[in-house]
Design a binder for this molecule. Structure first.
Ligand code: PGA
Length: 234
C-alpha cells in the first residue's frame, strides 16, 4: 500500500473536485488517496478519498486575519494537512520552528500532518542537502509525537520544474530521513517523495527504498494525469 497525495495548490473548483471524486470512486486500488485542496473545498463529501488542507495556522485562534486553524480544518471533516510546503516556506517565511508549531496543532486536533522538508537549488549546489534535510526533520517534527505523521521530501528546485533528482539521490535522502526518524523513536513513519511526479515516473520513484508514496502537484489536477499515478503501483 502506497500513499498518493495530491496538492491542488490554488487551483481547481468545486466542480473539478466533485468530478475527481466521481472519477476515482470506481478505481480498484489498495493505495491511500489524499487530496489537499483549497480551504473553500474542504467541507466536500469525498467518499473514499481523504481530504486535507494545504496549511494551518501556527496559532490556535485569535486575531490572525486571513489564517485558518487546525481545529477549523478538522471541523470540516478533513483528516490531513500539509505543513511546511516549500511554497509556504518561500512565500510566507515558514521556518522549521513555525512548521513544528503547525504540526503540533494539527496533531492536537486529530489531523495527520504531512510535514514537508526539502533543499533549494542553492543549498544543493553548496553540498548542504543532507544537512538541510536532517535538521528539517529534527526541527519540524514536534517532540512526543503520539499519533501518525507523514514526512514528504520535496526537493524545492524540482517542484513544478519537470525535473527530478536521480533515483540514487532520492534513495540517499529517503534513507537519511528514515534513519533520522528511527533515531527520534518514529521508525516506520511513511515518507513521501514530491516534485514533478507524473504517470511516467511514478512506478520507478515508488520502487525506490523508503519511498512510501508520492506528493503530486500539477499532475493531481486532472483525473487523466492523476489516475495513472494512483494505479502505477498495486
Ligand atoms: P509538482 O508539485 O508535482 O507540480 O512538482 C509538487 C508539490 O508542490 O507538492
Amino acid at each position: 500500500m502506497k500513499i498518493i497525495a495530491g496538492n491542488w495548490k490554488m487551483n481547481g473548483s468545486h466542480e473539478n473536485l466533485n468530478q475527481m471524486i466521481k472519477d476515482l470512486s470506481s478505481l480498484e486500488t489498495q493505495n491511500k488517496v489524499i487530496l489537499c485542496v483549497p480551504y473553500t473545498m474542504l467541507c466536500t463529501e469525498s467518499g473514499c478519498i481523504a481530504l486535507g488542507a494545504q496549511d494551518v495556522s501556527q496559532y490556535e485562534r485569535g486575531a490572525y486575519t486571513g489564517e485558518v486553524s487546525a481545529s477549523m480544518v478538522a471541523a470540516c471533516g478533513a483528516k490531513y494537512t500539509l505543513v511546511g510546503h516549500s511554497e509556504c516556506r518561500a512565500y510566507h517565511g515558514d521556518t522549521n520552528a513555525t512548521v513544528c508549531a503547525k504540526a503540533a496543532l494539527a496533531l492536537a486536533n486529530g489531523l495527520t500532518p504531512i510535514i514537508c522538508v526539502g533543499e533549494t537549488m542553492e543549498e544543493k549546489q553548496a553540498g548542504k542537502t543532507m544537512e538541510i534535510i536532517e535538521s528539517g526533520v529534527r526541527e519540524s517534527v514536534p517532540v512526543d509525537v503520539k499519533s501518525d505523521i507523514i514526512i514528504a521530501y520535496e526537493p524545492r528546485w524540482a517542484i513544478g520544474a519537470g525535473i527530478t533528482p536521480t533515483d540514487a539521490e532520492i534513495a540517499e535522502v529517503h534513507t537519511l530521513i528514515a534513519k533520522t526518524l528511527y533515531s527520534m523513536g518514529l521508525g516506520g513513519t511513511p515518507i513521501l517523495y514530491g516534485a514533478s511526479v507524473k504517470g511516467a515516473n511514478a512506478l520507478a520513484i515508488m520502487s525506490i527504498p523508503h519511498v512510501d508514496g508520492v506528493l503530486v502537484g500539477g499532475a493531481s489536477l486532472k483525473s487523466d494525469d492523476f489516475i495513472p499515478i494512483i494505479i502505477s503501483v498495486k
